[in-house]
Each structure stands twice: as C-alpha cells, then as structure tokens.
Design a protein around this ligand. Structure first.
Ligand code: SF4
Ligand code: SF4
Length: 340
C-alpha cells in the first residue's frame, strides 16, 4: 500500500498520461460528469456513477471493423493503450464479466485488443452512489477484491493506494510515494470497506428472485405487464455494464468502397430474435423482457460471472434510466412480491 497526498494526484495522473490515453471523471459545461480524456482543467473527484459504464470504451457504440477501399480490404484494429482512472468496483466487475464472455469460446479480437491494453484504476466507494446501488447483493462492491491494477481509498486529504498487478506497481513508481503496509493501515482499509458495506442499506432480494426463477418461474402475466409498459427505447441495455449484444452492418459508399460497422443492439428489440422465416420465438415485449432478466438472473454462464452473484453487477443504472421504471430492482421486487 502507498500513501498518496491529494495534491500529488494530478501530477501523477499527468505522468501516466504521457504513456496512456487516460480516461478520468471530467465535468462537462452542462455540469454533468463523464469519463473523458484526462485534462487538468476538467478533471474532478466530485462524481457519481456516470450514465455510461466503461464497457463503452471496449465495445464502442459504433465501431468500424474493416474498410474496403477501391477493392482492397483493410481490417481496422484498435491501437491505443488506455488507463481508466476512477472506475467503480461494480463497473470493474462488469468489465470482468464482459471480457470473459468476449474471449470464452471465440476471441473477439476487436474487444480483446482494447481490453488487453487497458489498465483499470478503481476508486473504492465510501457508500452508495445513489439509492439504486446494490453491489453488496451482487457481490461486486463497494470495493474490489481482484481484477484491478490500482485501487484508491479516500482518506480525506490523501489516498491509500493498493496495487493489484505488476502494471499497478509500475504506475506507482512515478510518484515516489511512502509505503504504508503496517497493521494500522490494514485495519484502516478494512474499516473503510466495512463502513461502505454498512452504508448500503436498501438491498433487493436478488437471491430470492433467482430461486423463484429457477423453480416455478415468474408468471407470464408479470412479464406481459412489464411488456405493456416498455417503450422499447433500449436504454436499460445500453447503460448496462454486462450487456454485450451487437449487430453488424455493411455500408457501401461506392462500387468497390465501404465499411463494416458493428454497433450496439439489444434483445429487447423485436427484430433481434426474428428468424429468416419471419417467425419470432420472442414474439411479445413481455417475452423479450423475460429473456433479458432471466439472462441476468438465471441463464448466465458461471465462468463469465466471475466472483459475482449473477449476470447483474448491481450498478442500478437500468433503474436510474428506464423512463417507465423497469429496472432490475423493480423486476426483482415484482418477482418476489408475486410469490409472497
Ligand atoms: S441489469 Fe441493471 S443493475 Fe444489473 S448490471 Fe445491468 S444496468 Fe446494472
Ligand atoms: S429502458 Fe425501460 S422502456 Fe427502455 S427498453 Fe428498457 S425496459 Fe423498455
């Protein structure tokens, strides 16, 4: 562990920025916080979870994967080395789950080239970011146990910094920082972790909902009720750190010139599961919502889940952003209430 006085934070990030594209919490002119390329003028530590999780850096919303120029094929492979500063532990777990999925059976080279060249610096949460956080239930936070290069704990006027990799050790060499590995420091970190866990009091009964889904299931009426409300905007999927559906389309721009682009898609769109015959096995919005939530809570792959509880990491974004309140929190609550 190292002790980093807060007045040394910007200089150390600036030194990292000479070797990496550093993405850090930044204030916009509208007063929002987004993860953007580090600039001293816009960098901020006053931030909550941003609307988009860091998956958007590894699986961009729209990504050119190859170009054909005058009949010549040219693959477009991402090149940059990225350092994500200040991500939250739920989002780190989201990256771990997505990375496992994207390399488990088939190597997705576009994703892998980004994730292999990406360092993750976690800012441990001191408590919930807002009322929709349930990382303690999902076993993804409020601090990370593994998978990070560095993890920061806020002590007020300084940070305790924990390294989780050799790359993390290298990053810390830039700062000439004091070692603090004594018993008091370990106890201090444990106390901070425990205090953060205790501060997350509104926890949904995800385990009970998972039990119900794996035994008798939720009623079709429940899914159709949600389906009737859903306006099919796709927002819940796009803000979710563990959703990875995409589509691929070719865009010709001339007789022998064009691009192949992949972009985000969602199992909540009617066309996603429609077969060439015209048959759609998920023919109603209720069935599509059922599929999405069962994928998170029932039909996840145990390897991809890592040490979390299921395929949902409890970030709460779907509840934050769904305009008609069909987030995982609301769905879990409805499943449990229906059976009680
Ligand atoms: S399903 Fe909702 S709460 Fe769970 S990880 Fe996705 S956006 Fe976050
Ligand atoms: S955010 Fe809400 S309304 Fe939009 S697709 Fe998801 S469940 Fe439907």
């Amino acid at each position: 562990m190292k002790l980093l006085p807060k007045n040394k934070l910007v200089p150390i990030i600036s030194s990292w920025a000479q070797r990496y594209t550093v993405l850090a919490p930044s204030s916009t002119e509208q007063g929002e916080c987004v993860f953007d390329i580090f600039k001293e003028e816009t960098f901020t530590l006053e931030y909550r979870k941003p609307s988009l999780p860091p998956k958007s850096q590894l699986l961009p919303q729209s990504d050119v994967i190859f170009r054909v120029e005058k009949g010549t094929f040219r693959e477009v492979l991402p090149e940059r080395n990225v350092l994500m500063f200040g991500i939250r532990s739920c989002d780190l777990m989201g990256l771990r789950q997505s990375s496992s999925f994207m390399s488990r059976d088939t190597q997705d080279i576009y994703y892998r080239r980004r994730s292999d060249h990406c360092l993750k610096v976690v800012m441990a949460c001191a408590g919930p970011q807002n009322e929709t956080c349930f990382c303690t239930t999902s076993r993804s936070g409020p601090s990370a146990t593994t998978g990070f290069d560095l993890q920061f704990y806020d002590l007020g006027d300084s940070f305790l910094v924990e390294s989780g990799s050799t790359e993390g050790d290298e990053l810390l060499k830039a700062g000439n920082l004091a070692d603090v590995d004594d018993k008091d420091t370990v106890e201090q970190v444990n106390a901070l972790r425990n205090k953060a866990v205790a501060a997350i009091t509104e926890v949904p009964d995800v385990t009970r909902a998972m039990e119900i889904l794996s035994s008798r299931g939720a009623s079709e009426e429940l899914w159709e009720r949600f389906g009737d409300k859903c306006i099919v905007c796709g927002g819940c999927v796009y803000v979710c750190p563990t959703c990875t559906c995409f589509t691929v389309a070719d865009f010709p721009s001339g007789p022998d010139t064009g691009e192949r682009i992949r972009s985000w898609d969602t199992c909540l769109y009617g066309g996603f599961t429609k077969e060439a015959s015209g048959h759609n096995p998920r023919s109603t919005q209720g069935l599509r919502l059922k599929r999405r939530h069962e994928h998170k809570l029932l039909y996840y792959n145990q390897t991809d889940v890592q040490e979390a509880l299921c395929g949902c990491v409890g970030c709460g974004r779907c509840s934050d952003y769904c305009p008609v309140h069909i987030g995982t929190l609301e769905v879990v609550k409805a499943i449990v209430e229906e059976q009680s």
